[in-house]
Write a protein that binds this ligand. Structure first.
Ligand code: PEP
Ligand code: MG
Length: 610
């Protein structure tokens, strides 16, 4: 496109003080200069082999070119330009893929604000752009309110100090999530990205009054029901409703770029998904498997949490097993849904990971209900909850440590995985259903073997009793530095490694992933770190551990396959590093799958050039 103005300087066009004319009218007014201009445009574009942004002037009928540069472009424009340049024979497919900013593909997948309306709106605050997209709705302060209003079809924005797994139901119903605390890998950010929901986190300027359901920002107090809009791509917060337009993920150019990406990438791209809905969404975006199913997210539904809490409050192994028996069929149904959604692609299921305190009620009424349901006293339940308190729960009783203390949980989860795989294989004999069971937070070979033995014993018995043939794999997350340092030992017993770089970053730096957002800005300002190590892999330190683990792992187990499922699995520069160290796949939230496909292709093209 082009514009021009007569009797004017360039500034008049840029400043918008006068309305320019479309470039086609130049042909009528100055046919000679226009002809020459079109020729020069061709010369410049051919020279730079890219779409150009050009400035020119015509004085006394003579054309002067003032400036040219590669034109800025939206994601929509970028994919069309890339396809056009291939079709014109101007550049190769590889060059075209390299031209596109992979991160910008995000814009094609999430609802966006109406451009005009956004321009007219004025932000009232800014947080961290944690999950892209546009959200506009009425403010709610609790997950329960989000569910209640969301079910009625109302658009709501959930505003919290921070979110926890208990808020998941509410987050599902919210258009967007705004948190006062947290960063790129805090709960709200990770879950929102997984759901494809817009999220702005860590807006420290908000003065929150959760008890009275209100907050103050930029001198104004916002109450429940007030209008709010969030831009998850910039972190901007607006105190009004800005209209949104839905995304069209199946645009022709987009599909073509994705196909080309698959042609050139050498790493697989999987997804982090916990529900069949997310898994199907990711499969439609081109995911070739699930790299991480966080099974704990399956316990929070209103029909499941009571049995899970019963399990936590059990006084004896028998009581615990009875509660787990109630959960097992639900888990099996979940896993069947995941295997079905992926149609025979690999599915990695990670066993229970978070500390148990995240599952217990905090509300007095809920505690009383739990006590009543279990025939226990309120005092007993309160004591159980108090006993679960840890000073540093992220380094506490979680991950495979839960299995070491409560092996019954791993037995139940193994049983659910294997029975689900057998059922789906029965329904689709031609599918290659190979469940990959992943043990979290391993730091020691003997600890891993303890859990693996439980898995193998349980799985083999079920398979034998069913009289079927089912292959399954057992592997571990590498998310504790000690696991990376002893990867040669662990590899002897593992079918796969998957780098949990959220925890690996947390534990290598010694930064809490939920709190680092508070002090990291000072590190950027003082040029100590350039970027958030939770968003962009620290290839120097954390990356060294990863490279070491992959190399040592392969030395002792040539067949081991390695992937990544931390948030970095959807970040282009981190993906390039993963390609360099020879990972087999990256896994990321569904809405980042297209980004990962293109990034993996770009990484492979770059590697070929070296
Ligand atoms: C990780 O630590 O990178 C990971 C994927 O696990 P989670 O985020 O669930 O701790
Ligand atoms: Mg982890």
């Amino acid at each position: 496109m082009g514009e021009f103005l007569t009797n004017a300087q360039g500034e008049d066009v840029v400043a918008g003080v006068r309305t320019p004319m479309p470039i086609t009218q130049m042909e009528e007014k100055f046919p000679e200069a226009y002809k020459q201009f079109v020729e020069v445009c061709g010369t410049l574009e051919n020279h730079y082999r890219d779409m150009q942004d050009m400035e020119f002037t015509v004085e006394n009928g003579k054309l002067y070119m003032l400036q040219c540069r590669s034109g800025k472009r939206t994601a929509q424009a970028a994919i069309k330009i890339a396809c056009d340049l291939i079709d014109e024979g101007m550049i190769s497919e590889e060059e075209a893929l390299m031209q596109i900013d992979a991160k910008s593909l995000d814009m094609l997948l999430h609802p966006t604000f109406d451009v005009k309306a956004l321009k007219a709106a004025k932000p009232v605050g800014k947080g961290i752009a944690a999950s892209p997209g546009a959200a506009a709705g009425h403010i709610v302060f609790t997950a329960e309110d989000a569910v209640e209003h969301g079910k009625k079809g109302e658009k709501v924005v959930l505003v919290r100090l921070e979110t926890s797994p208990e808020d998941i139901e509410g987050m599902k119903f919210a258009q967007g999530i705004l948190t006062v605390r947290g960063g790129q890998t805090s709960h709200a950010a990770v879950v929102a990205r997984g759901m494809g929901t817009c999220c702005v986190s860590g807006c420290g300027d908000i003065k929150m009054d959760e008890a009275n359901k209100c907050f103050t920002l930029a001198g104004k107090t916002y109450h429940e029901g007030d209008d709010l809009s969030l831009d998850g791509s910039t972190g901007n917060i607006y105190g009004e409703l800005i209209p949104t337009v839905p995304a069209d993920p199946n645009s022709g150019y987009f599909g073509r770029i994705m196909e080309l990406s698959d042609k050139y990438k050498t790493m697989g791209v999987r997804t982090n998904a916990d529900t069949p809905k997310d898994a199907k969404q990711a499969a439609s975006f081109g995911a070739q498997g699930i790299g991480l199913c966080r099974t704990e997210h399956m316990f929070f539904g209103p029909d499941r949490i009571p049995a899970f809490r019963e399990m936590i409050c059990a006084e004896t192994v028998e009581e615990r097993k009875a509660a787990l028996d109630k959960i097992e069929p639900m888990q099996q149904a979940d896993f069947e849904g995941l295997f079905e959604a992926l149609g025979g692609y690999p599915v990695t299921i990670r066993f229970l990971d978070p500390p148990l305190h995240e599952f217990v009620p905090t509300d007095e009424a809920d505690i009383e209900a739990l006590a009543k349901a279990q025939g226990k006293t309120v005092a007993y339940i309160k004591q159980v909850i108090a006993d679960l308190h840890e000073f540093n729960p992220m380094m506490g009783h979680r991950g495979c440590r839960l299995t070491v203390t409560y092996p019954e949980i791993a037995v139940m989860q193994t049983s659910a995985v294997i029975k689900a795989a057998l059922a789906v294989k029965g329904r689709h004999p031609d599918w290659n259903v190979v469940p990959e069971i992943m043990i979290p937070l391993v730091g020691e070979l003997k600890e891993y073997k303890f859990v693996k033995n439980i898995v193998v014993e349980t799985a083999d018995k079920i398979i034998k009793d069913a009289g079927c043939d089912l292959k399954y794999e057992v592997g571990t997350m590498i998310e504790i530095p000690r696991a990376a340092l002893t990867a040669d030992e662990i590899a002897k017993e593992a079918d796969f490694f998957c780098f949990g770089t959220n925890d690996l970053t947390q534990m290598t730096f010694g930064f809490s992933r939920d709190d680092a957002g508070k002090f990291l800005p000072a590190y950027y300002a003082n040029k100590i770190y350039e970027s958030d190590p939770f968003a962009r892999l620290d290839t120097v330190g954390v990356g060294k551990l990863m490279r070491m683990a992959v190399t040592m792992g392969h030395e002792n187990n040539a067949k081991i396959h390695c992937g990544i499922c931390g948030e970095h699995g959807g970040d282009p520069s981190s993906i390039e590093f993963c390609n360099e160290i020879g990972l087999n796949y990256v896994s990321c939230s569904p809405f980042r799958v297209p980004i990962a496909r293109l990034s993996a292709a770009q990484a492979a093209i770059k590697a070929k050039k070296k």
